[in-house]
Design a protein around this ligand. Sequence first.
Ligand code: DGJ
Length: 701
Amino acid sequence: MIHYDEKRRIFHLSAAGMSYVIGIAEGQLQGLYFGKAIAAADPTNMIRTGEHSSFDMDVRVERAEYPCFDGHSFCEPCLKIETDRARHAFFTYHGYTVTQEPFGEKLSITLKDEQSRAEIELIYKLYEAYGLLERSAVIHAKAELELHSALSACVNLPADRSYHMRYLTGRWGGEFQINDCAVGTGVFAIQSKRGTTSAHFNPCIALCTPEATEENGSVWFGALGYSGNWAIKVEQTIFGNTHILAGINDSDFRWKMQAGDMLQLPPFYIGFTDGGFGEMSRCMHRFENACILPKRPLRRVLYNSWEATAFHVVVEKQMRLADKAAAMGCELFVLDDGWFGKRDNDRAGLGDWTVHTGKFPHGLSELIDHVNRCGMDFGIWLEPEAVNPDSDLYRAHPDWIYRYADHEPLQARNQYVLNITLPEVQTYLLDSITTLLKAHHITYIKWDMNRAITDMDGRGEETPQSLWHKHVQALYRIWAYIRSEFPNVELETCSGGGGRIDLGIFRYADQCWTSDNTDPYDRLFIQEGYTQFYPPSAMMCWVTDTHRSEHGDKEQWGHRDLTYRFHSAMCGGLGIGSDIDLFHQEELDMCRTLITQYKEIRETVQEGDLYRLLSPRGSCTAAVEYVSQNKNEAVTFVFQQSQPLFQPQHRLLRLQGLDPAAHYRLMDEHTVHSGNDLMEIGLPIDLHGEMKSRMIHLVKV
Ligand code: DGJ
């Protein structure tokens, strides 16, 4: 709900236990309050006093709702505008409107600046049932101007408090690592300058009270919906004001606008909970499943042949894999890299999106028809943004890549990046994809991007806008086109694993490839980090034969841990990547049993509430529980890495989120337990030895 108090000039936005309050003082917007729901806001208690000394002339600006560079204040700005008349801007409040949107009310506040004649529309969209607020801004040019910085939002947190923060770091093969630390005075930034979201930091942040845990404590959190160069800054001033700024990274950013142009900035979704990090994640997951991700059925169990065959794609072997995948219950067969052009290794063929005639002498349909006859859907891998120098495409169009004049562009994984902002490149890609999808029965695309973007040079452009941002706009346009033209084709976002996972791409992507690291133990850490902000419903996890793909040397896991490997992968959308052609019948039977079990519980895993019961960090036992929204079912996976030395053999695991008044049947033991006892007393973990795991499935009686 949005309420405007005309007399006190206060906007009060509220949703599911959260309040967000903005005040207008002397034409300036101030972020007055954000946190646990409050009844009525008293601005006199919240607006901070003005002058401190001749070195801090107006402390109130530290709580600016959308700070703009004006040459008079000293905090990090959201916006910096230059015109031929001025390098500063003084935006003042001009008016507001409230409209109804599908998930709640939307407030638009207009700010105007006389010098630049620009207008800012600050946008606040409430997702009322989910307690989430979407912040963004639209910049309207009324005369020629250049933006040097344009962040989406500044979010002021309650003043005079100590905060800790949580954010995610990573790299290829080791995404989504959790970092916790104290917020100190100064400016702290996480960001990407790699042209994509990147695995190095993820555009999400949580600030919390120092004592916050998985189950308790106040947490203010935010996730940026953007897949290019981004930045999130946390600034704490010496006067006890703390704010979070988020948006497009201003590194190498210039955006030229003419009168009549507008620039929509990416959404920053924010929320508050006093239920700790666990409740933060559940809030985000419910919101993402309902409001961000495309509407679609449950994730299909997929088989992907990449780990089994890499570039050695031979149609007979793919068919054998398909036979075995179908027999064990897979629903989607994915042909990964290596099916096109002269793609026999990663040095050639990228960019040539026609079927490799040597590998598929009778065309791709021979395999697709076989897969369909086995009862599975067919999916395919593409990496449309990149090109090998050794490709027909590059030979014909060496000018289609990003490059600086007179400078050899950087190759990474033997590839360049296509300038997809060029209309002719977009046409080529859309035509290639359209031809492929029209000629074949394909229902899924894994869209990969295997390098960081470099060599962006916008100087030759007629209007030297930021190519970095235009690349993201072009990417979203292409994805939106595929979604609308081919509504039955599902999209997976992949960038060498989890390098492009964010709430921008999730508006188009049905699922993501979480990491190239498919080690089931490492995955527990990656999945714990991923699920802080993103939903299990989109998190693809494969059972493979590889132990850490980190250095490319693939060690075999052996047979004993198949159940462990499965249980780790059953925590999200299940996939199989093993060379099942080499599996013995006994292993194939085991796979079939486990896939059948997964299908019975996948709705609870993908659409239920997640409780991270035991973290793998600092413990040899980890456990995650999923509870269906109606609390009728719960599934818990327990993993024991090694036998605990000082812990009792019959350690109890206390569950969460159940109906305390209900009784639940433990499916593998046929015993019945009260929901209350399961949460207060718990169940024996009952695992012995190393690398052991267990699935506990409870159904309400
Ligand atoms: C990186 C992806 O993450 C892998 O799963 C695989 O698709 C390779 N690229 C193919 O080149």
